[in-house]
Design a binder for this molecule. Structure first.
Ligand code: NAD
Ligand code: LMR
Length: 329
């Protein structure tokens, strides 16, 4: 049998964890031929609940699940891990912004970044979900001495999926026909879903949807505020759709699902200065992936004046977040 991929998941007894682990164990993240070994981290009081989740995983008899470890020690959870999903963090409640979580959650990522550096496998890849995800990823990367910064990514795939779904509904087409949808910047209300470069059934999305007022108004605010709308409706933040987006994010990056020729996905990755987005922040970009751990920022896209001004605002917000956590970097 192929060597299992060791996948560490933090906050594994939480809402997203409960929607995520069964997808990983069933083969949806790494494909139907790749066994997985789950290394699950929780805070000590949540270990009994985590044991319950592990019992349910056992009860699924997943053929690809080669083992499950449960722990409250980060270094144990990350030992030899090839992929680390940093989910564990406080979610926001009604009336809060994700950035309000920065001080509370940021500290988690200093220790976990260091633990990844000391314990994870040499090829480790990290996907951060816990909010504010971009800046938490920056904190983890800054504390992970010796691990290349480009291995630290944050999730904006949920925003991409939300945007694709809204565009498909407006155009009256199946969602699979919406491609090339980049989300620039921060996973926050300033994020920028880029319709100008998106395609619908292979055509420029702006030729199919000509209602510019909708694109710059209702569409943008619906995507930017979707997290809040879910919290208002559910009384809790998105969980199944977040877990689904994380499966997509990792599958595209290193689970065998490379981007199709000419297409891209959205990942928040350390900026290399592309598109004038300064180095030193982790920003959403259009990214092409090879499915086996490599990705590159897609270069050469034209941004409209509208999109450019919105990207400047989201980048400024990321720089402010960075300044607020300078002591953790
Ligand atoms: P939750 O409260 O249901 O679960 C979080 C879990 O993390 C809890 O079980 C908690 O015990 C655990 N935890 C807390 N500190 C920890 C630590 N230091 N180490 C390990 N585990 C720890 O929350 P949730 O709904 O699963 O959301 C988790 C995070 O994901 C939140 O910050 C939320 O805002 C964020 N989120 C991000 C996105 C995104 O698109 N990036 C989408 C949805 C939610
Ligand atoms: C989301 O986008 O659903 C999550 O980031 C949760 C939130 O706080 O909005």
């Amino acid at each position: 049998m192929t060597t299992p991929v060791r996948v560490a998941v933090t906050g594994a007894a939480g809402q997203i964890g409960y929607a995520l682990l069964f997808r990983i164990a069933s083969g949806q993240m790494f494909g139907p031929d790749t066994p997985v070994h789950l290394q699950l981290l929780e805070i000590t009081p949540a270990l009994p609940a985590l044991e319950g989740v592990a019992m349910e995983l056992d009860d699924c008899a997943f053929p690809l699940l080669s083992g499950i470890d449960l722990t409250d020690a980060a270094e144990t959870a990350f030992a030899g891990s090839n992929v680390v999903c940093l989910v564990g963090a406080k979610p926001r409640g009604p009336g809060m912004e994700r950035a309000d979580l920065l001080k509370d959650n940021g500290r988690i990522f200093t220790g976990q970044g260091a633990a990844i550096a000391s314990a994870a496998a040499d090829d480790v890849k990290v996907a951060v979900v816990g909010n504010p995800a971009n800046t938490n990823a920056l904190i983890a990367a800054a504390n992970a001495d010796g691990v290349p910064a480009e291995r630290f990514t944050a999730m904006v795939r949920l925003d991409e999926n939300r945007a694709k779904s809204q565009l498909a509904a407006k155009a009256g087409v199946p969602v699979a026909q919406v491609t090339n949808l980049a989300v620039w910047g921060n996973h926050s209300p300033t994020m920028v879903p880029d319709v100008d470069n998106a395609r619908i059934d292979g055509r420029p999305a702006t030729e199919v949807i000509t209602d510019r007022a909708w694109i710059e108004g209702e569409f943008l605010s619906t995507v930017q505020q979707r997290g809040k709308a879910i919290i208002d409706a559910r009384g809790a933040s998105s969980a199944a759709s977040a877990a689904n987006a994380l499966v997509d994010h990792v599958a595209s990056w290193c689970g065998g699902q490379s981007t199709a020729d000419g297409d891209w996905v959205s990942m928040a990755v350390p900026s290399d200065g592309s598109y004038g987005i300064p180095e030193g922040i982790i920003s959403g970009f259009p990214v092409a992936t090879d499915g086996v751990g490599g990705y590159r920022i897609v270069e050469g896209l034209e941004l409209s004046a509208f999109t450019r001004s919105k990207v400047e605002a989201t980048v400024a917000e990321l720089q402010q977040e960075r300044a607020a956590v300078e002591d953790m970097l």
